[in-house]
Write a protein that binds this ligand. Structure first.
Ligand SMILES: CC(C)(COP(=O)(O)OP(=O)(O)OC[C@H]1O[C@@H](n2cnc3c(N)ncnc32)[C@H](O)[C@@H]1OP(=O)(O)O)[C@@H](O)C(=O)NCCC(=O)NCCS
Length: 169
C-alpha cells in the first residue's frame, strides 16, 4: 500500500482521533501507565479537541492516507515573530512505522512554512525511538520543558529538540 500526505479535513477527525489513541497507548502506556494515557488521550485527542485545528491559521494539519485508512498524522503551527515552526504532533500508527511515513510527514511540514528558520519539537526522553527519528532527521537538543505542550494539567517533562531550516533557491 502507498500512503500519500494530504491536508486533514473535518471528515478525518474521527480517524485521526482513533489513530492518536492507539498510537499513544502503544507508545506511552509503558512509560506513563494506561490510566494516565487514557486521561491524556481523552483530553487532547478527542474529535472535539482536534476540531479547531482544521481551521486554525498558520498551521499544517496533515494525514498520511492510503485511500482506505490513515497511517499517520502531523500538526504544526508557525510563530511568525520567532520564525519558528512548532511541531505539536507527529504520529505514525504502530502497524506502519519504519516505512518512511514519519519522514514524509516531516518533509511536508518543513515545506509548508517558507521563511521559517527553525522547527521545534518536544519529546519524552524515554521515547528513544522518536529521539532516534528526530536525530536522524537533523534535530539537535535545545533544552528542556517542564510541561509538554505547555499543558500544566499533566506536567509531562520533555526534551526540546530543534532543527535549523536551510532554504535554497
Ligand atoms: C517517531 C515516528 C514519528 C517516526 O516515524 P516512522 O514513519 O516510524 O519513521 P521513518 O520510517 O520515517 O524513519 C526515518 C528514519 O528515522 C530513524 N528512525 C525512525 N524510527 C526509529 C526507531 N524506532 N529507532 C531508531 N531509528 C529510527 C531511522 O533512521 C529511519 O530511517 P531507516 O528506517 O531508513 O533506518 C513514529 O515511529 C511514531 O509515531 N512513533 C510513535 C509515536 C511517537 O513517538 N511520536 C513522536 C512524538 S514526539
Amino acid at each position: 500500500m502507498t500512503f500519500f500526505v494530504r491536508t486533514a479535513g473535518t471528515r478525518d477527525l474521527e480517524a485521526v482521533s482513533l489513530l492518536l489513541g492507539e498510537t499513544w497507548h502503544a507508545t506511552y502506556d509503558g512509560i506513563y501507565g494506561l490510566e494516565r494515557v487514557s486521561e491524556i488521550v481523552r483530553s487532547w485527542h478527542s474529535v472535539e479537541a482536534l476540531r479547531p485545528r482544521v481551521t486554525r491559521l498558520n498551521t499544517e494539519f496533515l494525514v498520511a492516507d492510503d485511500g482506505t485508512r490513515l497511517g499517520g498524522m502531523a500538526f504544526a503551527a508557525f510563530e511568525a515573530e520567532r520564525k519558528l515552526v512548532v511541531l505539536h504532533q507527529l504520529y505514525v500508527h504502530p502497524d506502519y512505522q519504519r516505512q518512511g511515513i514519519g519522514r514524509e510527514l516531516l518533509a511536508e511540514v518543513e515545506d509548508g512554512f517558507p521563511g521559517a528558520e527553525r522547527v521545534r519539537i518536544e519529546v519524552e526522553e524515554a521515547n528513544t525511538g522518536a529521539i532516534a527519528f528526530y536525530v536522524a532527521s537533523g534535530f539537535e537538543p535545545a533544552g528542556k520543558s517542564e510541561a509538554c505542550g505547555g499543558d500544566t494539567r499533566f506536567a509531562i517533562p520533555a526534551a526540546i529538540y530543534e532543527k535549523r531550516m536551510i532554504w535554497t533557491g
